[in-house]
Write a protein that binds this ligand. Structure first.
Ligand code: SF4
Length: 313
């Protein structure tokens, strides 16, 4: 697959002018492979359950391009701890500013939504709450337990870095989520621009701590591509993730939520995502999802179950 005179991986992902690099005028126009399906009836049911229970979802807050597909299949990713974040990440459309009070009944409402939607696999994420002593870890714990108790569903957590607070991370581990997911988001060189107030090493340390305290708990991380990273940088990050025992990886196209967010440097075509996925798989991840629409929680249940099958073989 990678032989031939001009192997694609010799090129940096930040490409010079080519067919996939958006011109200034094309920046807001998406390439043909980034068109999404029209809503199906199930979407409105999902929407009504979420509205009824006054829950937040990252699907809406992050303007996820998969919302039509996921919500039509009655799947959503719940975002707890409010809809206001304490970090100024340049890629994210979640509002920043004055944070909201923790709603003590939120775990039960998330559990009820999971029950009403018939979910067998639930993904719970949150805004980053650097203003809270434990970063919201105890609330994560309560949400995982409430969902599991009410529905028996498997639960994946997609957490912030808790400023590296080991006690907070331990609290979430103690809830025994079925998958512990924490995103790397981008390569270390771009952290300052993309993920200000986060630290690359802190992310690796978090994932290492999960493996240290619960070796059997699958860990997962993800990166957005198209922000100006090079292929070598991506491969280095993936090797670092394997170095801390990370089991599963997601690679997806960064899409700018608006003109005031970081611009897309490059749209990678699906074939390139496939090729990068193959390269990364060889590093030993049990599961790699790589494609323009892949997001941390996209088909998360299927990914976890394939991980389980792979590791049981
Ligand atoms: S990929 Fe995740 S965040 Fe996006 S719509 Fe689907 S469940 Fe929501």
């Amino acid at each position: 697959m990678f032989d031939g005179p001009n192997p694609p991986f010799e090129l940096p992902i930040v490409a010079t002018a080519d067919a996939t690099e958006p011109t200034r005028h094309e920046k807001r126009r998406l390439p043909r492979w980034l068109k999404r399906p029209l809503p199906k009836p199930g979407m409105y049911y999902t929407s009504s359950v979420i509205d009824d229970l006054q829950l937040e979802t990252v699907c809406e807050s992050a303007k996820c391009p998969n919302r039509t597909e996921c919500w039509s299949q009655q799947t959503a990713t719940f975002m707890i701890l409010g809809n206001v974040c304490t970090r100024p990440c340049g890629f994210c459309s979640v509002p920043k500013g004055k944070t909201e009070t923790i709603e003590l009944d939120e775990p039960e409402r998330v559990a009820e939504a999971a029950e009403r939607l018939g979910l067998r696999y639930v993904v719970i994420t949150s805004v980053t709450r650097d203003d809270l002593t434990d970063g919201g870890a105890d609330h994560f714990y309560n949400c995982v337990l409430a969902v599991r108790e009410r529905t028996g569903a498997q639960v994946e957590v997609l957490t912030p870095d808790f400023l590296g607070d080991k006690a907070a991370i331990s609290r979430v581990i103690k809830a025994r989520p079925d998958v512990f997911n924490h995103n790397t988001e981008t390569v270390p060189r771009l952290y300052h621009r993309v993920r200000r107030n986060a630290e690359y090493q802190r992310t690796l340390d978090l994932l290492a701590q999960v493996k240290d305290e619960a070796p059997e708990m699958p860990t997962k991380s993800g990166l957005m591509l198209g922000l100006g990273e090079t292929l070598d940088e991506v491969l280095d990050v993936c090797a670092d993730l394997r170095g801390v025992g990370c089991d599963m990886l997601t690679l997806g196209q960064y899409l700018a939520p608006s003109d005031s967010h970081l611009p897309v440097e490059r749209y990678l075509p699906p074939e390139e995502f496939n090729e990068i996925g193959e390269r990364v798989r060889a590093l030993g991840f049990s599961m790699v999802a790589s494609g323009p629409f892949v997001r941390s929680s996209y088909h998360a249940g299927e990914m976890a179950s394939e991980h389980e099958q792979t590791t049981c073989r």
